[in-house]
Design a binder for this molecule. Structure first.
Ligand code: FRU
Length: 480
């Protein structure tokens, strides 16, 4: 009664919402001290507590970047989906904001964000399951914010957007504006289980007209495509998709699920996309699935879930699970996407621990977080070993002259790719408390893998050549 008096004219359902929001934030604050920090990443986005999966709503809004993510605060496994929220002035220093969306009669599945004249608009998939487990309904909901912190669901949800026939899978809207129209791509599948991306157009954000099937799997590209994205890069069009159900082929498509791209031409008149290349994986590592991109100042930035469905997460006994990769800047050369770590990442450098020769069997030690730049002579084999100072799984990063391949061998689980440097012959390696990313050359080959050393990192040069390296310790942007 007293609370009601305090809020004066605030309506009961609004009051309920305010209290539930506050309760969740109090729960998160009170649970943070129980998290075991041993594997908690220092300069990657992780959930404060609980579970994180795919990135959502990457947008530049009122001078800051905002990123949201699939979030379940109450357990270290997937559960009813919320949207966690972080923001950053520079794509490197991130701070946690209150949880943006909580499930209501729907779970808040993946989606995207736009700045519509100072109002941040979120468009996301409302996933509604009946008691009859295999049947669910996916429609698209909208939420708004005028400050980028507090979000309100649109009372008229769902927005009017025709679902495909023959499938209940219709999710992960990615929205953008072109001319006077809004466009959205959605991930789906055909009635005979082939992944597809559907394109819609709207004048008012609320009612959407189906325009085209932007792309469709012939079968070889899997049974379902999640989290599509579509944008122009250096005069070509890029369709990012995350297919499920692809079969591995040689070195390729070795993870449970893939994320990659098609490059082609597109016309807003016909809404037809004509791919010019076969599907390419974006990242060759063990843990990279579903992406979000945003554009600001003519640059296209990408972030991915640094994880994968059905992977083991040793941190799940520590009170948290899941992470985002470093933010990458995209470039397109020919028909190939290059990924470089965002420029501002150099702000994290604390001290130079070595600059010069890194001899055979020498060791570099990092307290959890570091960066190594290795200049490479491709005429000789290379082998770097990564292990905890108290043991744990060993990983080796190799260059094989004979195969012309870069190899990441995580305790016997190998990912590898052919490397023909475009320009610089360097590796840029980022180590965090339980992660490893290597960017080869200009970003023509990138591996992102979670790794779990016992204690701090030790890097040992096991190869025949003495390498020229620069190594830095990196500072954390987030508290333990
Ligand atoms: C991948 C994904 C999306 C879905 C969400 C559910 O990020 O499977 O397709 O919307 O996760 O958490």
């Amino acid at each position: 009664y007293i609370i009601l008096m305090c809020f004066g004219s605030v309506q009961l359902d609004q009051l309920k919402e305010i209290l539930e929001k506050a309760e969740l934030e109090i729960y998160i604050e009170e649970t943070i001290p129980t998290v075991n920090p041993r594997y908690k990443l220092h300069y990657h986005i992780t959930p404060p507590v609980g579970w994180m999966n795919g990135p959502n709503g990457f947008v530049f809004y009122k001078g800051e970047y905002h990123l949201f993510y699939q979030f379940y605060p109450y357990d270290t496994q997937w559960g009813p989906m919320h949207w966690g929220h972080v923001s950053s002035p520079n794509l490197v220093d991130w701070h946690t904001l209150p949880t943006a969306l909580r499930p209501g009669n729907e779970q808040c599945f993946s989606g995207s964000a736009i700045d519509n004249d100072g109002i941040m608009v979120l468009l996301y998939t409302a996933h509604q399951a009946t008691d009859d487990a295999p049947f669910y309904n996916e429609s698209q909901y909208m939420a708004f914010s005028i400050d980028g912190i507090d979000f309100h669901k649109y009372k008229g949800n769902p927005v009017v957007i025709l679902p495909p026939t023959g499938t209940q899978d219709f999710r992960d809207p990615k929205i953008w504006k072109n001319g006077n129209f809004w466009y959205v791509v959605l991930g789906s599948k055909t009635a005979d289980h082939r992944g597809s991306v559907l394109l819609y157009r709207s004048k008012n954000l609320l009612s959407w007209e189906f325009k085209s099937i932007l792309a469709e799997s012939s079968g070889a590209l899997g049974y379902m495509w999640e989290c599509p994205d579509f944008f122009e890069l250096n005069g070509k069009y890029v369709l990012l998709i995350s297919p499920q159900g692809m079969v591995g082929r040689g070195d390729r498509f070795k993870n449970t699920y893939q994320t990659g791209y098609l490059i082609g031409s597109f016309s807003y008149d016909t809404c037809q996309f004509k791919p010019e290349i076969n599907f390419q994986e974006l990242d060759y590592g063990h843990d990279f699935y579903t992406t979000q991109t945003t554009e600001n100042n003519g640059r296209r930035y990408l972030v991915a879930w640094f994880g994968m469905w059905e992977s083991l997460h040793p941190e799940d006994v520590d009170g948290w699970v899941g992470a985002m990769t470093l933010i990458r800047e995209l470039d397109l050369v020919g028909s190939r996407i290059l990924m470089k770590p965002v420029e501002a990442i150099t702000k994290l450098r604390l001290e130079t621990i070595i600059e010069g020769e890194f001899h055979h069997n020498a060791t570099i030690e990092f307290e959890k977080a570091g960066e190594i730049i290795v200049n490479i002579d491709l005429s000789e084999n290379i082998e770097l070993e990564f292990v905890g100072n108290n043991g744990g799984d060993k990983t080796s990063l190799r260059w094989s002259v004979e195969d012309g391949k870069v190899i990441v061998d995580r305790a016997g689980d190998v990912r590898q790719g052919t490397w023909e440097p475009l320009d610089t012959v360097t590796w840029r390696i980022f180590l965090d408390a339980s992660s490893f990313e290597v960017f080869c050359g200009e970003g023509e080959l990138v591996f992102s893998s979670r790794m779990y050393p016992n204690g701090d990192w030790r890097v040992i040069n096991r190869g025949p050549q003495s390498l020229h390296v620069v190594a830095y310790t990196l500072k954390r942007f987030q508290p333990e």
